[in-house]
Design a binder for this molecule. Structure first.
Ligand code: ATP
Ligand code: MG
Length: 426
């Protein structure tokens, strides 16, 4: 143990987290702040949330805090709520193979009992040394049995124990390493990189629901573009998004995904709303378009039917890897199908389209498709102008598209690169 007042920026500790720790210690329990919050406090950042580790059992914790509830089936954690802030309180755990199994098991098997541990066991069950630094705020005392403080100072990501064993035990740790590399700009050593490369396939053993949660953390926390780079560099991307990965070989697909993520990152920075549907739409756009083309080539099937079937096929294949909750898959479809309606610039169509609740997302999507290099005949500019134009100028713009829809009704075979084709009634 060491006193390390200068290391921890105490002014950034949440009052509520302090209350939780103090209350537990008043009742004779050990209690520490640990994990990401300590990392951030040492880095001089304001932690986004606080985790508490204690020797109190979940039911005891529950009894101490009126505003608390037990969550998690396999491994119980207590959430203590203060308005919008939640302090997560976890009982010391012993190492156990199944402890990081997600709570999404639907099999109805007998759930493994909680296996509590000692303080030391709790230290060594953690993933990386930098996440195993404990802080006792009343004593102002840091306990660092795994050498995490040094790692934080050197921005080093190091597993506790043998990397291969720890990644086999829980493959999600590889994604966590990537998230910390992207978010904190910490360093993954060549050795760790090689281990991740050779074990990437284990990601397939993780449940789709848990992987979706990780996708949100990777791509929706303001560092999505960096997370993509990191996933590609360490060769994990393809294990989570195989169709998307494949499409990167023949389309500007990687660029499209990167643009979707950059746009999401800046929206987060500006406090604007974001949705994972936009990112999924980008990751699966080319697989969707290819599938749609293929279906049309194979049979006499309308554009509309082909679009619907292709969307179903591609989304359900992706769901084998990462689940996509229904509220998002609907939006993904909307964004895709609107791409085929945006070229439709005659008569009343533009105004009707602008009223669609996904118009804005679809328009943004069109812009990133163009920026990624897809040829759309400057459709994005047209829509930008149309939206900016005074309402009385709009009718003349519709005519100025120069295209006569009626003549275009006959379907021509599509060249593989022409993503926008004849307007499709949907
Ligand atoms: P963030 O800043 O993103 O919250 P974090 O490190 O706090 O990062 P959490 O998911 O909040 O991440 O987890 C809290 C702590 O629990 C971690 O710091 C780590 O000590 C431990 N932990 C979480 N997931 C795992 C895991 N899969 N294996 C081992 N330890 C884990
Ligand atoms: Mg945390």
């Amino acid at each position: 143990m060491n006193h390390a007042l200068s290391l921890i920026h105490e002014e950034n500790i949440s009052i509520n987290a302090l209350k939780v720790v103090n209350r537990l210690t008043e009742h004779g329990y050990q209690a520490y702040l640990v994990g990401g919050c300590i990392r951030d406090l040492i880095l001089g950042k304001v932690p986004k949330d606080f985790d508490v580790a204690t020797d109190a059992h979940p039911e005891d914790i529950r009894d101490l805090f009126r505003n608390s509830r037990i969550v998690g089936k396999r491994f119980k954690i207590v959430h203590v709520r203060f308005g919008r802030e939640i302090v997560e309180v976890t009982t010391f755990r012993a190492p156990h193979d199944e402890q990081y199994e997600d709570n999404h098991s639907e099999s109805g098997m007998t759930l493994v009992d909680n296996i509590y541990g000692t303080f030391e066991e709790d230290v060594f069950r953690r993933d990386f040394a930098m996440n195993a630094v404990y802080y006792q705020p009343e004593a102002h005392e840091i306990t660092d049995l795994a050498g995490g403080v040094e790692d934080i100072q050197l921005k080093r990501i190091r597993t506790i124990g043998d990397p291969e064993a720890r990644f086999r035990e829980d493959p999600v740790r590889m994604l966590r390493a990537i998230r910390f590399e992207a978010k904190l700009e910490f360093h993954i050593s060549d050795e760790l990189h090689n281990t991740i490369r050779s074990l990437g396939h284990l990601i397939q053993d993780v449940s789709a629901a848990r992987l979706f949660e990780e996708v949100l953390k990777l791509f929706m926390s303001g560092h999505g573009a960096a997370a993509l780079d990191s996933m590609v560099n360490h060769e994990l991307y393809g294990w989570m998004f195989p169709d998307s990965k494949r499409s990167m070989e023949e389309h500007p697909a990687e660029e499209l995904v990167r643009l979707a993520l950059t746009s999401t990152d800046s929206r987060i920075a500006e406090g604007k709303p974001v949705t994972p549907a936009f990112i999924y739409a980008a990751m699966l756009w080319f697989p969707f378009v290819d599938e749609r083309d293929q279906l049309q080539k194979e049979g006499r099937i309308s554009h509309v039917a082909a679009s619907h079937e292709a969307a179903n096929n591609i989304l359900s294949k992706q769901q084998l890897f990462t689940s996509i909750p229904r509220r998002f898959s609907g939006t993904i479809r909307d964004i895709w199908f609107l791409q085929f309606r945006l070229p439709n610039r005659a008569t009343k169509k533009p105004d009707t389209l602008m009223e669609h609740k996904r118009f804005r997302a679809a328009y943004d999507f069109l812009l990133i498709r163009e920026a990624a290099g897809e040829e759309t005949g400057n459709l994005g500019d047209w829509w930008t102008e149309y939206q900016e134009a005074a309402p009385e100028r709009r009718p003349e713009m519709k005519q100025s598209t120069g295209k006569r829809r009626k003549r275009k009704r006959k379907r021509k075979p599509r060249s593989p690169n022409a993503m926008i084709d004849t307007p499709t009634p949907t």
